[in-house]
Write a protein that binds this ligand. Structure first.
Ligand code: HEC
Length: 150
């Protein structure tokens, strides 16, 4: 009886350990995207089906300012956990302040945002585009412009 009892205890503690590993994975690995309200921004022709390769919000100062504000909070909720608060990376993921500036860096940026990064079946960065949408992607890019460093 004593033997069976301790086996049960053992099994239960393994379950608890497995549970906390699961919770850790959830906290660090699996990303739960936070919806971004982009209704204040002009729609992009092509919606979420066709991505443009240049930031459509940069040309109009008023729109650009709105985009930066939306992008700041969208970044904080969806990107900061890996890329760092205020876009200053702690080393887990690339430091996005050093992306190429302006249109030169737009295409690379939006491609990563849209599709994420998967190599040899391993997800380095989850795809964000299909969940958050193209408008949120360019809003975040607009805010990142304000953090750019050479
Ligand atoms: C789960 C962690 C994680 C989250 C969340 C995440 N990223 Fe990433 N991101 C990465 C990693 C890791 C890489 C490097 C990928 C590689 O090495 O291929 C990366 C790469 C990038 C790159 C390319 C950077 C470069 O210098 O080449 C961009 C742009 C980018 N991420 C933007 C974003 C944006 C915008 C968000 C939020 C909407 C975001 N990421 C959310 C982990 C993450």
């Amino acid at each position: 009886m004593a033997y069976r009892g301790s086996r049960l205890v053992f099994a239960a503690s393994v379950l608890v350990a497995a549970g906390s590993i699961g919770a850790n994975l959830l906290a660090h690995g699996n990303v739960v995207p936070q919806a971004v309200d982009t209704s204040a921004l002009p729609d992009i022709v092509g919606g979420n089906d066709t991505y443009v390769i240049k930031n459509p919000y940069r040309a109009d100062a008023k729109v650009y300012a709105i985009a930066q504000k939306i992008g700041e909070s969208a970044y904080g909720q969806n990107c900061a956990r890996c890329h760092g608060l205020e876009a200053i990376s702690g080393g887990i993921a690339p430091d996005l302040r050093y992306l190429d500036k302006g249109e030169d860096g737009d295409e690379w940026y939006i491609q990563r945002y849209h599709k994420g990064s998967v190599r040899d079946g391993k997800v380095y960065m989850p795809a964000m585009g299909d969940v958050l949408g193209q408008k949120a992607g360019w809003a975040i890019r607009s805010w990142l412009d304000t953090k750019h460093e050479e």
